[in-house]
Write a new protein. Structure first.
Length: 399
C-alpha cells in the first residue's frame, strides 16, 4: 500500500522541521553548561506546553472548516482567530505568577511566552483552515519555515556573549514570522471558508479540544517541566541528562504523529473505526522496533554526541521511547474520536492520562523509577480509555 501524497509532503516537511529541532537541542547543549541547558529545556518545555494546549484550536478548526462559501450564522474563522489570540493573551497575563515560577522567574520569559501564545493562535486557525481546505503544500511550507527559522534564530543567539534571553526570543519569533511569510500566498484560498457550526458551538468545541490538547501537552512538551517541578531537590545539572533524553526520544515518534493528526482527522472523517484501530496498531509495531534500537545503540550515540555529562542507560531510553509510542498511539486514536465528533471521550482520555501521571509522580520511589512509571502509566491509561470507546463505537456501527 503506497503512502498518500499529502502524507509524504507533510512528513517530509515535519522531518526537516524535526531535524531542525534536534539541531537546536544539540547546539544549545554543546554551547552552554548543563545547568544553563536545563534552564533552556524548561523554558522550551513550558512554551510548547502552552502551544500544545492551543493546538486544540487547529484540531477543531480542521474538523469545522468544511464550508467554502459564507453561510448565515456560521462562524467566521478570521474573527475567531483574533478572539482566540486575545483570549490566550488575557489568560496567560492573568496567570503570569504561575508561568514566572515554572518558566524560570525572569519577566522577559513571561513576555516571550505570552507573545508566542498569541501568535500561535493565529497560526493554529490558519493551519486548521488549510487542512480543512486540503491545502497540503502551504501547510507543509508553514511547518518547514517555522522549524528552519527557529534553528537559524538559535544559532544567531548562541553567538552572543549572554544568549539566555535571546534564545527565548529566537524560539518564539518563528510563529509570527512563518505566518507572515505564508499567509499572503494563501489569503485568497482561505477567503470565504467558515466553520460548519455557529460561533457559540465552535467556541465550545474548541474549548474541549484545547482542554484535551492541554492535557496531552503536559505529557509531551510539558513533561520535562513536570519532571523539574516533581524533583525540587535535584540539581539542574543532575536533571540535564534525563531532560535531554526526554526531548530526543519524544521527537522521532510524537512529532510526526502530531503533524499528521489534522490529516488523520480529515482521513478518518470518511472512514470507519477499523482504520483507526489499524493505525494505532501500526504505531505500536514502530514503537517496539524503536525501543529495541534505543536500548542497543542509544547510550553510545548520546555519549558520542553530547559527552559523559549526558550519559543515560539503554533501559531508560527504551522506556522513554515506549512512552513516546503510547503518546503517539493516543494522538492517532484521538484523531479518530475527533473525526467522529466524540469530543467528550477525547477529552476524558487525556484528562485520565494527566491524573494518572501526577499520581505516579507522588509514588514513594526514587526519582528515576518514579519518572519512568509516570511516563508510561499516563498515556497507557489514556489509550485504554480510547480503545474501549472505539471498540464500543465499532459495535454500535455494526449493529
Amino acid at each position: 500500500m503506497t503512502m498518500p501524497r499529502p502524507a509524504v509532503v507533510l512528513l517530509a516537511a515535519t522531518a526537516v522541521s524535526g531535524l531542525a529541532g534536534y539541531l537546536v537541542t544539540f547546539f544549545v547543549a554543546a554551547a552552554v553548561t548543563p545547568a544553563a541547558y536545563a534552564t533552556f529545556a524548561v523554558f522550551w518545555s513550558t512554551l510548547f506546553l502552552v502551544v500544545g494546549a492551543l493546538g486544540g484550536i487547529q484540531q477543531e478548526i480542521t474538523r469545522a472548516a468544511g464550508v467554502r462559501d459564507a453561510v448565515d450564522g456560521m462562524a467566521s474563522l478570521g474573527r475567531f482567530a483574533v478572539a482566540a489570540a486575545l483570549a490566550a493573551v488575557i489568560v496567560l497575563l492573568a496567570t503570569a505568577p504561575l508561568w514566572t515560577l515554572v518558566a524560570g522567574g525572569h519577566p522577559l520569559t513571561v513576555v516571550a511566552l505570552v507573545a508566542g501564545a498569541g501568535a500561535y493562535c493565529l497560526v493554529a486557525v490558519t493551519s486548521g483552515a488549510l487542512y480543512g481546505a486540503r491545502a497540503w503544500l502551504p501547510i507543509a511550507t508553514l511547518i518547514l519555515v517555522d522549524g528552519v527559522l527557529r534553528l537559524a534564530g538559535v544559532l544567531v543567539s548562541l553567538a552572543l556573549p549572554e544568549p539566555e534571553r535571546a534564545l527565548e526570543i529566537a524560539v518564539v519569533l518563528p510563529f509570527p514570522l512563518a505566518l507572515a511569510i505564508v499567509l499572503p500566498v494563501v489569503a485568497r484560498r482561505l477567503r470565504g471558508i467558515r466553520a460548519d457550526v455557529p460561533l457559540a458551538r465552535l467556541a465550545r468545541n474548541t474549548l474541549l479540544a484545547v482542554l484535551a490538547a492541554g492535557a496531552s501537552a503536559v505529557l509531551i512538551s510539558g513533561f520535562p517541566a513536570l519532571v523539574s517541578a516533581a524533583t525540587p531537590g535535584e540539581p539542574a545539572a543532575a536533571l540535564a541528562p534525563l531532560l535531554l533524553a526526554l526531548m530526543i526520544t519524544r521527537a522521532p515518534i510524537v512529532i510526526p504523529a502530531m503533524a499528521m493528526q489534522s490529516l488523520l482527522i480529515v482521513r478518518f472523517r470518511d472512514a470507519g473505526v477499523r482504520l483507526v484501530l489499524l493505525a494505532v496498531a501500526l504505531v505500536g509495531v514502530a514503537t517496539a522496533l524503536l525501543a529495541v534500537l534505543a536500548a542497543v545503540a542509544g547510550p553510545a550515540l548520546l555519549l558520542a554526541g553530547f559527552g559523559p555529562d549526558y550519559a543515560v542507560d539503554g533501559a531508560l531510553l527504551a522506556a522513554l521511547v515506549a512512552s513516546s509510542g503510547l503518546i503517539a498511539a493516543v494522538i492517532v486514536g484521538g484523531a479518530g474520536l475527533l473525526a467522529a465528533s466524540r469530543h467528550s471521550v477525547y477529552v476524558a482520555g487525556w484528562v485520565v492520562a494527566v491524573v494518572v501521571t501526577v499520581a505516579a509522580f507522588l509514588l514513594p520511589l526514587p526519582a528515576e523509577p518514579r519518572i519512568v512509571v509516570a511516563a508510561l502509566a499516563g498515556p497507557g491509561a489514556a489509550l485504554l480509555v480510547q480503545l474501549v470507546a472505539l471498540a464500543a463505537r465499532r459495535v454500535e456501527v455494526a449493529a
